[in-house]
Design a protein around this ligand. Structure first.
Ligand code: NDP
Length: 287
């Protein structure tokens, strides 16, 4: 007997989650503000609740996957959460998640926050490697882990309800930095007789080769030693930055994406970090 799930929110993500629970044989009760989105799932065996309150009342495990924190507040107002195990997969900030946990506790519910590291097509496809960060109630997580693992992998990151959102935001922030770098790289060749399709595999392989540098950075942050075994020192790297800016200029490309990072490198060097690698830049960011 598979454990039952109540799911509020049938957007692109909620619908993908719903499908995998139904396919795995979990009894599922769904609610969506716009009822039309429930039709297909009902045909696949989902119970359709007429209200959010009815969906919350249906099963102990209540999963919400709505647009944002405000929509969670709105949808759950007037529902009875006492004794429920509330799992919030709605993207929010760490502070919003902590407040939502408090809010849930005041209403007698256990609370687990989730940050989804996947897009809807990766849901229910283990080989795609998607997973969800969870934080908050360890008891809730342990009790329902098997059910939560049906749509995607589960990674529990701590009792602090804000940690799932924080991990989510940290990884996605790094991703945007990577995309920014790739955007600059493509811009550099844009006006030349170079096929972007021939640059792409070189670029992808290079990024993969450089990615393990984060392990070294983490070690340095842990030990506080930013200089031992440095191969490419900050002084050398800063000396190289004019060539990058001049190349951008020569190619008619704005330096607006790469310049801010170079500025931080220069500041750290000016403050005496010449023997370090790039780790010291992190300390300039933390206010
Ligand atoms: P959609 O825009 O497809 O769906 C939004 C859902 O929220 C709909 O069910 C919508 O209902 C509901 N909603 C919006 N406002 C309210 C409200 N005030 N009251 C009640 N319900 C409301 O978003 P997704 O399904 O793609 O995303 C859901 C969550 O998952 C978001 O927090 C998103 O950041 C996160 N996520 C999404 C990813 C993705 O790639 N799609 C990836 C990782 C995380 P209605 O149908 O009535 O409009």
């Amino acid at each position: 007997e598979k454990s039952p799930v109540s799911l509020l929110g049938l957007g692109a993500m909620g619908t993908a989650l719903a499908r995998t629970w139904l396919a795995a044989g979990h009894p599922l009760t769904v609610w969506n503000r716009t009822p039309a989105r429930t039709t297909l799932l009902a045909a696949h065996g989902a119970e359709v609740a007429d209200s959010a309150a009815e969906a919350v009342a249906a099963h102990a495990l209540v999963v919400v996957c709505l647009l944002d924190d405000a929509s969670v507040e709105e949808a759950l107002a007037g529902t009875d959460l006492a004794g429920r195990d509330l799992v919030n997969l709605t993207t929010c900030t760490p502070a919003q998640a902590r407040d939502r946990a408090e809010w849930a506790h005041e209403r007698g519910a256990r609370y687990l926050d989730g940050g989804i590291m996947a897009v809807p097509p990766m849901i229910g496809v283990p080989a795609a490697g998607g997973y969800v960060f969870y934080s908050g109630s360890r008891e809730l997580f342990d009790r329902h882990q098997e059910t939560l693992a049906v749509p995607a992998g589960t990674v529990y990151v701590g009792r602090d309800a804000g940690f799932a959102a924080l991990h989510d935001m940290a990884l996605l922030s790094a991703m945007y930095g990577m995309f920014a770098g790739a955007a600059h790289a493509f811009a550099l060749i844009r006006k030349e007789d170079i096929d972007p399709v021939s640059l792409a595999p070189l670029l992808a392989d290079w990024l993969v080769a450089m990615a393990p540098a984060v392990h070294r950075t983490a070690e340095r942050l842990r030990t506080g030693d930013y200089t031992q075994g440095v191969v490419s020192g900050l002084a050398m790297q800063v000396a190289g930055t004019p060539a990058f800016l001049s190349t951008a200029e020569e190619q008619g490309v704005s330096p607006e994406l790469i310049r801010p990072y170079f500025e931080l490198m220069r500041r750290r060097l000016a403050e005496g970090g010449g023997e370090e690698d790039l780790t010291g830049v992190i300390d300039l960011l933390v206010r």
